[in-house]
Write a protein that binds this ligand. Sequence first.
Ligand SMILES: *Cc1c(COP(=O)(O)O)cnc(C)c1O
Length: 625
Amino acid sequence: MRADYGLSIWGEENFVIEGDTVNVNHGRCPSLLEITSAVREQGYRGPLLLRFPHLIRKQIDTLFDTFAAAREEFGYRGEFRAVFPLKVNQYPHFVEGLIEASEGRNYGLEAGSKAELIIAMAKTPMGAPITVNGFKDREMIALAFIAAKSGHRIVVTIEGINELETIIEVNREFNADSPDPVAPGIGMRIRLHSAGIGTWAKSGGYSSKFGLTSTELLEAYEMLRRENLLDNLAMLHFHIGSQMGQIGPLKKALREAGNLYGELKRRGADGLRAINIGGGLAVEYSQHHRGTHRNYSIKEFANDVVFAMQEIARQKGVEEPDIFTESGRFVAASHSVLVAPVLELFGQEYHERSLRLKEENPPLVQELYALYESMQRGNAREYLHDALDHLESLLTLFDLGYIDLEDRSNTEILVHLIVKKAIRLLDSDEAEELRKLQNRIQEKYLVNFSIFQSLPDFWGLRQHFPVMPIHHLSHRPTRPASLWDITCDSDGEIAFDAQEPLLLHDIDVEREEYFLAFFLTGAYQEVLGMRHNLFTHPTEAVVRFDEEGEYRIEELIEAQNLMDVLDDLDYDTGRIDKALKSRIEDSPLVGEAEKQELLGKLYLYLSENSYLKTIQSTPVKEQRQ
Ligand SMILES: *Cc1c(COP(=O)(O)O)cnc(C)c1O
């Protein structure tokens, strides 16, 4: 039986298992192993972030096509528009891939800070929308005016009345003497009565950090009317929180927003044309059927939105609004895969070649060896139970001083080997017993990456990311694993419980390489990543497919080298360099020739990054606490 690591649950047919490997389900379907090897052949080591722009395109196409189908089905007259919220991934090779992938879609960008707004102003194709959310000061609003005057179709959504006051002031500054005043559209974020759900629920609801109450909406409306800016009121906005698992709360929010829209239209907000439903479209991260994360399809989502808007527009007798979305996670998550090498299996010392059998062994040890040698499918259960009994006896003998350290070591190795062999031989109908056994031999896999840097939402929120080996897939994996990163922090561990274990292969990593891949890492993880222990953003590469289905590796960027990391922390790297150099030169312990040699080595290492280059054994283990 071969494990598929839940690929049919979370994979969206983006990857397929073919023979021994997991392959990109696109073009000529290269394996992740092949791509990884091609990058490593160029000398790159450590974790590798692979970006697949075709998967960005797929998500954008799905989003637009599904809404187009829903509008057609219901005969909806409002438009559908979408922007990508930059906070989900601002990395240039993602954003450039996104712009390229959305060509012809009129897809824009959403900004939540000044730096993001600059990216949006530079990268959004002219004519595509820009939306601005979050808390804004005068400078940020002025930037939005500059964007509008450059010809961008930009909407600034206010979070509170004071922001509207600032917009009015900035408008005076920019348009006082202008015969043709140009200003951004104005959006109003509404504070919903219906609360959001899930981990990120604080984005919606009365206790939300954001949005105008109904009293403030009326006040804002009056202010805009007085200032002759009512025509600029273009959009109502809400965002009920990220990764919404159920559709119910969205439906409530839609009704509430729709009614507010209808009320403002009837009052005379003629420029008001759009409802922006924010993000929140969920991604299925689960590798097991039990814990799925999403109870609706994108089609259901689109149909619900279009249907709700149509109903309310009809009830209120107003035109159907344009529908805006700012889905980020849905668009970005699947585009990247983090491939990381396993450096070590902590239980590797339990290897047959580590046995130190003597000429004369204690009878029970001799017997363990015989059990191990002659164990077969038919007797596996019985021999296993015998071995576990012997283990107890031998440990007692050791405590009483009857056997020595070598005997004890042989005992532990042999029992470990017997348990492993039993798991291999036993049928799956003995699942309960197997599970107990597997816990007994749970193996720690030391992986060359940092959880803090590459999966911060696991560290902060216990967000699960699908993980699987990228090769050996035609062999049954037998080792229930927990994953350890190379930071010296005991939080740098991903544990799995016996109900939903991660089974990996029993590989001797001193003899062959073993790579794990983490999927759906494209949303939020990169910028949230922390430099704990000064591990930096991993080496990254863009994998593009040509017409023939052949892939090319482009835009390879190596993880930052050691000195650049220190420079980013504002160390004076010139002085560090000098100090290192003079300490070697002044050292009384080595001669001239050796000093030159040491300096040469030092500079080589300084040009490299923090991730481990080779297999490390004991030192890494000892660092951990
Ligand atoms: C974070 C955010 C989004 C994106 O949410 P996703 O769940 O990633 O789709 C959209 N709009 C606003 C205002 C946000 O703050």
